[in-house]
Structure formats: C-alpha cells, structure tokens
Write a protein that binds this ligand. Structure first.
Ligand code: PHE
Length: 451
C-alpha cells in the first residue's frame, strides 16, 4: 500500500467528494423528482433526510475508509473477515453504474456541442432527443468521448488528477449554477413556479414522497457503493471528518436546490403552470429545457453554459466511479495505475454498448419491462444499494459497534458532535427505512413484470 495516493488538503478532499456527489443526480434527477412529488414537500423531506440519514451513512463510510486505508473490498474484511462480502457487493455497484452513467454523460456532451455550435433550434424539436438516443453511431461516439475524458483524469491519479480537476471545476460549477438559477427567476411568471418549488403543501405528502426522497439521497450522495470508503482511504488523519461530511452534504444539497431553482420556475413559466409539463420525468432536461432556452433571449448562450455545467458535474462523478473501480483492482491485483486504467476503460466501453443501443437497435430487449439502461439503474439504485446500506448499518451497529466509528471520527482531535444521533440512526432508524425502500422497489419491479 506504499504507493497509495492521498488528498493533499482537507479542502481538496471535500471538493473531490463533493465532485462525486454532485452530478447528474443533482441537476437532472432532483429537479424532475421535486417537480413530480409536490415541490416544497419533496424539498422538505429531502432536507430532513439529508441531515440525518445521509449524514450517518456518509460518516460511517468515510470513517471505514480512513480507518483501514483500503477500498471497499479490503476495508470490510480488514475489520471483520466474515463480512468481506459487503465490500465485494459494494464494488459491483460502480462497475454496473459507470458504463450507463457514461452513456448519459455522452448525451450531455452531445447537447453541449449542439448548443455551442448553434444547433439550439434543432434541439427543440420533439423528436430530436429520441431520434438521437435511438441512433447507432452518434450516441456511441459521444459515450466514448465521455469515458475517454474520465479515463484521462483518473490516469493522473488522486492528487494531480482528481483533486486538481475538482478544485478547478467545482467552484466554476457553483458560480454557473447560481448564475443560471438567478437568471431563471427573472423570466416572466417564474416567481409562481418558484413558490411551488419551495412551499411545502401537506396535501402532496405521502409515503412515496419519503421513499422517492430517500432513493434520491443515496444516489445523490454516492452512498452504498464503496465510493466514500475509497475517498476516505485517501483522507489524512488530521482532517476533520465530521466537519468535512457536513460540508459535502451542504454542497450536494445546495447544488440540487439551485438546480431545481434553475429548472422548475423556468418550466413552470414556460408551460403556464401546467403540471403535466412539470412531471415530464427524465425528459425534463433533454426535451423540455431546450424549449425553455429557445424561448428566452440569449438562450443559446445560457443553454451552452447550462450543458457545460452538467458536463462538469457528470465528469467529476464519473471520475469517482472509475477511481473506485481502479483502486479496487490496483489493491487486489497489485497492478500499476496505467495498466489498470486501460483495463477499466476497455471493460467500460464494452459494458456500456448495450445500454447505449438499448434505445435503438436493441430496444427489443426489455429486462423487467424497461430499457437496458433503466434496468441497470433500477438494479443498482433500487435493489443493490439499499441492500448494501442495510448490511453496512448492521455491520457498524452490531459487529464493529458505533463506538469504532466514533473513535475514528475523533482521531483528528475534534469532538463528534452528532455521535448520539449517529448511534441511534445507524442501529435502528436507518435500517427500518432501508427495509421499506427495498420492499417498495420489489413491489414496483413485480408491478413491471406483471405488465
Ligand atoms: N452522486 C452522483 C450524482 O448525483 C451520481 C453517482 C452515483 C455518482 C453513483 C457516482 C456514483 O449524480
């Protein structure tokens, strides 16, 4: 483990972890979920869950990484031999997610290039998006471009690649997000949409709202897939762990909040408050938003910046996915970084092809009644991640005991202010929620299958 990289500073660590957390989940997924599940109500649920549930799991994962200085596979078995399987399960998740995440990343690059080269009008046609993703060479090409960019950064390693890119891109991302969000509020009629977005309305509240918020939280904070364990393993002992987790959380949640503020009021104003436009789902960013840009003065410019921002966000997340896979292979087989990057690159390109073609030539393959990409998303996010998180809670709560994590957090000489909440959450409350999520996922999968 001599050659293991390290983040050079606490802020470098925080920005890299925030770079992993802030991604398509914040900008593409959060706004459409918020729009669909009642705006302010969803927002409120999300915030409460982030500071309790998200905080607990993130502290546990980063502490496990920092304590053992190993990535997920090694970390769990180093703490208790019998539980190495949790690490293996967790490591499978990024291997599943990275290829399909890069397919969507490729779509973003395509939109960025289209907007930047003056093709905005074309992008507003109803069939542009479906025509593009249903194609053959085009989506594959952009997928390769996206994976190539990611591999390039990971090749440079932790400090020179990941930390550097994150420290440059993350601040730009914050400025771009706030800028576009404020601009969006100035559109005629946007204020009403903004109110819908921030005002909780009890009528909209239901168990599905909580479950949707919970699922989003996992995804958004890159939890339950070994990523935070890997990043924790590169964290120096003197960096304050609790404070760092709070910062990452605030970062992630703030970007999601502003992304909602960019998109929801604009779409609301554009559609005259029509709820069906708001619940356009995944298509909100690729189909509805280009129309919004086209309707505003300077839209091509704003749109280009918007997709640039999404690209940065997706890139830093993809970097964390690839780094996790690379570090697992490096630890396990003692291979050099360069060779490992090449292996992971080729593996990802091969694995991503079916997801990319699943909307075109391979659209007759519909596992669980969904496209190939959606099926991978479902299996990783809705099935594997809750299971892994559940095992992690059990492992920390009853095997190594919460005290082991509390001691690790205190290693940096600071107090662990939320230690009590951490203990209760990890032992009891989080597992109950996780079981509920899992049951609801299984129910929805069965629903799909019976169609
Ligand atoms: N957290 C990232 C986001 O919000 C998504 C992601 C998931 C990143 C899994 C890495 C791993 O988009």
């Amino acid at each position: 483990m001599k050659n293991r990289g390290n983040f050079s500073s606490r802020i470098g660590f925080v920005l890299a972890a925030a770079g992993s957390a802030v991604g398509l989940g914040n900008i593409w997924r959060f706004p459409y979920l918020a729009a669909k599940y009642g705006g302010g109500t969803f927002l409120l649920c999300y915030l409460v869950l982030a500071v309790t549930f998200g905080f607990t799991l993130m502290i546990a994962e980063i502490a496990i990484g920092r304590k053992t200085r190993l990535s997920a596979i090694g970390a769990f078995s180093a703490l208790d031999k019998r539980f190495g399987f949790i690490g293996i399960l967790a490591s499978i998740v990024p291997i599943i997610i990275f290829p399909y995440y890069s397919v969507i990343g490729g779509w973003v690059v395509k939109y960025l290039v289209t907007f930047a080269s003056g093709g905005m009008q074309a992008a507003t046609s109803d069939t542009y998006f479906t025509g593009f993703i249903g194609g053959l060479a085009d989506p594959l090409l952009w997928f390769c471009v996206f994976v190539g960019c990611t591999a390039l950064v990971v090749l440079f390693g932790v400090e020179k690649g990941i930390e550097k890119v994150s420290t440059i891109l993350m601040p730009i991302l914050v400025v771009l997000t706030i800028g576009i969000a404020v601009y969006s509020l100035t559109i005629d009629g946007a204020m009403e949409g903004f109110l819908y977005y921030i005002k909780p309305n009890l009528e909209d509240f239901s168990a599905t709202t909580i479950l949707a918020a919970m699922g989003q939280l996992f995804y958004s904070m890159s939890l339950a897939m070994g990523i935070m364990i890997t990043y924790g393993s590169y964290m120096q002992k003197e960096n304050h762990l609790e404070g760092s987790v709070r910062q990452i959380e605030i970062f992630d949640t703030a970007i999601a909040f502003f992304a909602g503020m960019m998109i929801i009021p604009a779409v609301y104003a554009f559609s005259g408050g029509d709820k069906s436009a708001m619940s356009a789902g995944p298509g909100l960013m690729f189909i509805t938003l280009p129309k919004v840009f086209a309707s505003m003065p300077g839209g091509a410019f704003v749109g280009t910046f918007f997709f640039l921002l999404v690209f940065f966000a997706a890139l830093t997340s993809a970097i964390s996915l690839m780094e996790t896979i690379v570090s697992i292979i490096m630890d396990k087989f003692n291979l050099p970084r360069k060779k490992t990057c090449l292996i992971v690159l080729i593996m990802t390109l091969i694995l991503g092809i079916p997801s990319s073609l699943g909307f075109g030539v391979l659209d007759f393959i519909q596992p669980l009644g969904m496209s190939i990409l959606d099926a991978w998303d479902f299996i990783s996010n809705s099935v594997m991640m809750p299971i892994i998180a559940l095992f992690t809670c059990f492992f920390v709560g009853f095997i190594i005991k919460p005290q082991a994590i509390i001691d690790e957090v205190k290693q940096d000489g600071e107090k662990f202010k939320a230690a009590k909440m951490f203990t209760v959450m990890i032992k009891w409350i989080a597992p109950i929620f996780l079981i509920l999520i899992l049951l609801s996922s299984i129910a929805s999968a069965l629903g799909f299958m019976s169609i």
